[in-house]
Ligand binder design. Structure first.
Ligand code: ZN
Length: 307
């Protein structure tokens, strides 16, 4: 009897250990980019869905149905006004395939996502292009273009005081074009007066959908679970630590002194957490979280305007 019990225990332990090995392997595989989108690079994630990585690592997505095309976000303008190679490449593809741009969708009104629209509209096509953005769409709204269907999701958390934010679901493909509520090369950014709680709800909602691909606002296309998991873990740690500072009577300055980025974003693989932009996002995220948890208004954002 005892031998049998020992054998069962051994099997049980072996199963636990083996599942650990598989789990670790699975976790590791999630970190590998499914599509690399280095500066000015390009990926066809489906035959009719093309993603262009711009100079500010911003992603522009082209969706094709027959001879009709939709563009989600039109990219940034370079500071020195030099040629934007990704925008040219996108334009070239449209010309080569002789596509008519029918829909232009902005995930949000930040300059790195809306600045090249004029390049995609000709005098002849002017009247026939439909524009969609966070202000003229409703949550759940369906837009159709030939055989393609777009479903608009209102996804607050990044651009609150600057017109809101939407993500675009392609239900037929199980793909989400997330916009800037998801980055894979930056930590979350709530610099624009958005609510941390609303942002966490957005992450939860996206995470529950289990898309087969998420195209982030900036950065490579990674496994979808991993794309959502990292910012969510960061937000939870940030909330916990800010609560701790408030409970001990600390103010915002103390929260910023005590709460280190590396302690909140513990899985920064593929990211440079020493980058001043990341530090600045973190400083402002602390500020947003502090304001929400205390109900205090902390005035204008202090950071510079970034992606
Ligand atoms: Zn951006």
């Amino acid at each position: 009897m005892q031998k049998r019990r020992a054998a069962i225990s051994m099997i049980f332990i072996a199963v636990i250990l083996l599942s650990g090995v598989f789990w670790t392997g699975y976790e590791k595989s999630m970190k590998k980019p499914l599509f690399l989108l280095r500066k000015n690079s390009y990926a066809a994630v489906r035959e009719h869905i093309h993603v262009f990585g711009g100079d500010a690592s911003e992603n522009m997505t082209l969706i094709i149905s027959g001879s009709d095309a939709a563009i989600i976000d039109t990219g940034c303008v370079l500071a020195d006004n030099s040629e934007h190679r990704s925008v040219n490449r996108l334009k070239k593809l449209i010309d080569e395939k002789q596509l008519d741009v029918r829909n232009i969708i902005y995930t949000h009104y930040h300059l790195d996502h809306i600045s090249n629209t004029a390049k995609f509209i000709s005098n002849e096509s002017k009247g026939s292009v439909e524009f969609y953005d966070p202000l003229n769409t409703t949550d759940g709204q369906i837009i159709k273009m030939g055989t393609c269907v777009f479903r608009i999701l209102h996804t607050p958390g990044h651009a609150g005081s600057r017109g809101g934010h939407i993500s675009i679901e392609l239900p037929g493909e199980n793909i989400l074009v997330a916009g800037d509520v998801l980055y894979t090369n930056f930590i979350p950014c709530m610099q624009y007066e958005d609510s941390p709680r609303a942002y966490m709800e957005t992450l939860k909602r996206i995470g529950e959908e289990k898309y087969s691909l998420i195209i982030p606002g900036h950065g490579n296309i990674l496994n979808t679970a991993y794309t959502v998991k990292r910012p969510m873990a960061y937000m939870k740690r940030l909330e916990k630590q800010v609560k701790r500072v408030i409970a001990s009577g600390g103010d915002l300055a103390e929260a910023r002194r005590r709460i280190k980025l590396e302690a909140c974003y513990t899985d920064g693989e593929g990211m440079n957490l020493k980058d001043p932009i990341q530090k600045e996002f973190h400083r402002d995220n602390i500020r947003q979280m502090f304001a929400e948890l205390t109900g205090e208004s902390l005035g204008e954002p202090e950071g510079m305007i970034r992606p």
